[in-house]
Design a protein around this ligand. Sequence first.
Ligand SMILES: [Zn+2]
Ligand SMILES: [Zn+2]
Length: 327
Amino acid sequence: MQAMVLNALRTPLVWTELPDRHPGPGEIRVQVLACGVCRTDLHVVDGELPDPHIPIIPGHEIVGRIDALGSGVESLSLGERVGIPWLGHTCGVCRYCRMHRENLCDHPVFTGFTRDGGYATAVIADARFAFPLGEAGSDVSLAPLLCAGLIGWRSLVMAGDGQKLGLYGFGAAAHIIAQVAKFQGRSVYAFTRQGDTGTQDFARSLGASWAGGSDDLPPEQLDAAIIFAPVGALIPLALKAVRKGGRVVCAGIHMSDVPSFPYALLWEERELLSVANLTRQDGLDFLRQAPAMKIALTTTTYPLQKANEALADLRAGRFHGAAVLVP
Ligand SMILES: [Zn+2]
Ligand SMILES: [Zn+2]
């Protein structure tokens, strides 16, 4: 197999020939067809997440086909197309696993962070954490659903069922969730970097009723806001934009420091919370409903060997929607 390997933090990934791997008990081997590029991958490369495992193959929005089954795998079959998400394994016995909050497991394994991921021609995964994808939809258009879509979905559920929804940072996740929210009959307000009229136009083209800079106040008070951009300074701005009793959800795994802000922004029962990881149930819920939502994915594809270019373009905001690597 071949892979783009992170050998040291804050260095480019290196194209590497590796011995073929074989699935252990309960595992599957998947030939990768497409792997989305997520902002979390930048946090991994930049060393912004605790306890990095190095060397590591990043990538946790994997679409592929099973070509080897480990012993005891009965729920999936050879040749089946599956999706492999960020949540790679949970312990099943800690208090969080037992209370159906496996996203908070004390001993989790994360694809592309603590176990090798999908910036590769093949990947080994725990069969219980892979989602059967069926044959509808292209590999490239399904890949971003596996994190941008799933974590976005979890964030949307956490945001509650308010009608007026703000999205701060209009990248891969927001471009999916804006369409989901529209499908649900909500109004979407998109916030981008100040002056980024290209992305604001992109948001409006996907149904946002208003788009502006993150310092702007929307024309109406929001019921809820989701912050996808890893920028702590957006928290007071979003709190300022939501109504009394409104909710602000931080969807990212990492954020820059949050500046101090007056208590009055939180007062009147506004809520601020974060979303961590996903549960398998989130994935099943979202992937079951996604086809009916007719989500139009905007993707830029890169050959697997160009993963560094894809990451650089993501960092610089050089494409709309999601980047996807194809081996
Ligand atoms: Zn656990
Ligand atoms: Zn991700």
